[in-house]
Design a protein around this ligand. Structure first.
Ligand code: PLP
Length: 409
C-alpha cells in the first residue's frame, strides 16, 4: 500500500556523493575491516585545529554571556572586520554589504532563494562542489554545467560558458580554488568570466572558501576585478581558511550591492526569517581577520608535503594520472577505465573500498562522466598514511589491470 507520507518530488534526485558513499564504508567496517576515509574535506578529522586565538575568542564570548541571537546580518564588529579585510584584498564592500550565515553553505542557499524562480538557470562548474546542484534542485531551478577541462589544468572554456547562457540564466557560480580539482583560476580567466556575466546581466557567486590555502600562484579575488557595476557575492567561512568547519560560521560579502537593491532587500528578508548565524564564533571573526599571515605556515607546510606525495605517487601508478592541485586539499585523479569497458568511476571507488579499505569519492558525484574514471582524493591525512594508501591503490591497480579483479560485486 502506498504510504500517505510521501516526500516532495524535488528530493528525488537529491544526492550528495561525499556523504552518501559513507554508507558503503560503514557496511565494510561492520564486516570488521578498517577503512581509511579520504572522502570528506574536514581538516579537524585529520589532526588540524583552528588557531588557538580563535578558540579563545569563541570560548570567551560564551563566558562573557554572548549566547543571545545576534542581529540577522551579524554583529557589527565582525562585519566591520570582514569589510576591512576585503578592502586590503581590493574588494569593494562596506560593513553593510556583509551578512553572516550558517557556513558559506547557507549564504549560497540564501542567494539562490533570493534570485531564482523555478525554471531559472544557474551556471555551475563541472566538476564542482555538489552543494550548488542540490540548491538548484531544491528551488526547481536548472543547473547548467560549464566544463573545466582536465587537459588544460581544469580551466573553464570561456566560449563554452558564453554559449550556455539563455534568457533564463540568472547566476554564475565560480569556485576558486576549486573543489574537487584544486585548480586556481588566473586573473585573465576570471576577468573573461566576469565579461560573460556583465554582457548577460548575471549575478556572480564567487565561492572562495579556500582562498588562503594556495600552494602555487596567487589567488585573485573575483570581486577585486568586478569594477564598480557588476554584483559579485563572495562566499567565505571559518571552515577551511581557519580550520573550524564545525563552528558553522560563514558570510557573504556583496560587492556592488548598489547595482541590485531589490535583490539585497530579498537577501535581507531571507536572512531575517532564519534569525541569525551562530553567535559566539562571530566574536572570533575580528581576531581571525587580523591574524598574522604566518598563522597558516605550519598548516600549509604539512598540506604541501601531502599534496606532493599524492601527485608523485599517483602519477607513478600504471594507468593512473593526477593534475597538480594549486589550492585547497583535493586532487582529482583518473584511472583508465578504457572508456567504461572496465566499469564506472563509482564501481572503481567501491571496488577499491571493498578490496583495500580506502574510501575516495567518484568523480561523477561532482559531475564528470562515469566512464572517464575520475575520483577525488582528500589529501588531509599525514604523509605516512597517504603513502600507505597509495601503496594499496597501486596493489589494487596491478591486480585490476592484469584482469585478476573485476569491479563487479
Ligand atoms: C567549495 C565549497 N564551498 C562551500 C563549502 C561549504 O562550506 P561551509 O562549511 O562554510 O558551509 C565547501 C565544503 O566542503 C566547499 O568545498
Amino acid at each position: 500500500m502506498a504510504t500517505r507520507y510521501a516526500p516532495a518530488s524535488r528530493t528525488q534526485n537529491y544526492k550528495y556523493a561525499i556523504r552518501n558513499i559513507v554508507v558503503e564504508a560503514k557496511k565494510i567496517e561492520a564486516q570488521g575491516k578498517k577503512v581509511t576515509y579520504l572522502n570528506i574535506g574536514d581538516p579537524v578529522l585529520y589532526g588540524f585545529q583552528p588557531p588557538q586565538e580563535l578558540i579563545e575568542a569563541n570560548v570567551k564570548a560564551l563566558r562573557d554571556g554572548h549566547s543571545s541571537y545576534s542581529p540577522s546580518a551579524g554583529i557589527a564588529a565582525a562585519r566591520e572586520a570582514v569589510a576591512e579585510e576585503a578592502k586590503r584584498r581590493n574588494i569593494r564592500a562596506t560593513p553593510d554589504d556583509v551578512i553572516f550565515t550558517y557556513g558559506a553553505s547557507e549564504a549560497a542557499d540564501i542567494v539562490f532563494a533570493a534570485v531564482l524562480e523555478p525554471g531559472d538557470e544557474v551556471l555551475v562548474p563541472s566538476p564542482g562542489y555538489p552543494l550548488y546542484s542540490a540548491l538548484a534542485m531544491k528551488i526547481g531551478a536548472k543547473e547548467v554545467k560549464y566544463r573545466q577541462n582536465p587537459k588544460n589544468d581544469w580551466q573553464p572554456d570561456i566560449d563554452e560558458l558564453q554559449s550556455l547562457v539563455t534568457p533564463r540564466t540568472k547566476l554564475l557560480v565560480i569556485i576558486n580554488p576549486n573543489n574537487p580539482t584544486g585548480a586556481l583560476y588566473s586573473k585573465e580567466t576570471l576577468a573573461a568570466m566576469l565579461d560573460v556575466a556583465r554582457r548577460n546581466g548575471l549575478i556572480v557567486i564567487a565561492d572562495e572558501v579556500y582562498h588562503k590555502l594556495i600552494y602555487d600562484g596567487v589567488h585573485a579575488p573575483m570581486a577585486s576585478l568586478a569594477g564598480d557595476d557588476l554584483p559579485v557575492v563572495t562566499l567565505e567561512s571559518l571552515s577551511k581558511n581557519y580550520l573550524a568547519p564545525g563552528w558553522r560560521l560563514g558570510w557573504m560579502t556583496v560587492t556592488n550591492s548598489q547595482a541590485m537593491p531589490d535583490v539585497m532587500g530579498a537577501i535581507r528578508k531571507l536572512a531575517d526569517a532564519r534569525l541569525c548565524a551562530p553567535m559566539s564564533p562571530q566574536h572570533a571573526v575580528p581576531v581571525a581577520m587580523n591574524l598574522p599571515k604566518s598563522y597558516l605556515d605550519a598548516t600549509m607546510a604539512r598540506l604541501r608535503a601531502q599534496r606532493d606525495v599524492t601527485y608523485d605517487m599517483l602519477n607513478r601508478i600504471e594507468g593512473f594520472s593526477c593534475n597538480k592541485p594549486q589550492g585547497a586539499f583535493y586532487a582529482m585523479a583518473q584511472v583508465d577505465l578504457r572508456d567504461g569497458e572496465l566499469g564506472t568511476d563509482e564501481e572503481f571507488v567501491l571496488g577499491l573500498l571493498r578490496e583495500k579499505g580506502v574510501l575516495f569519492v567518484h568523480g561523477s558525484g561532482f559531475g564528470t562522466n562515469p566512464k572517464d574514471g575520475f575520483f577525488r582524493i582528500v589529501f588531509l591525512p599525514d604523509v605516512e598514511t597517504l603513502k600507505d594508501v597509495y601503496h594499496r591503490v597501486a596493489d589494487f591497480a596491478a591486480n585490476f589491470f592484469e584482469g585478476k579483479l573485476s569491479l563487479a560485486k
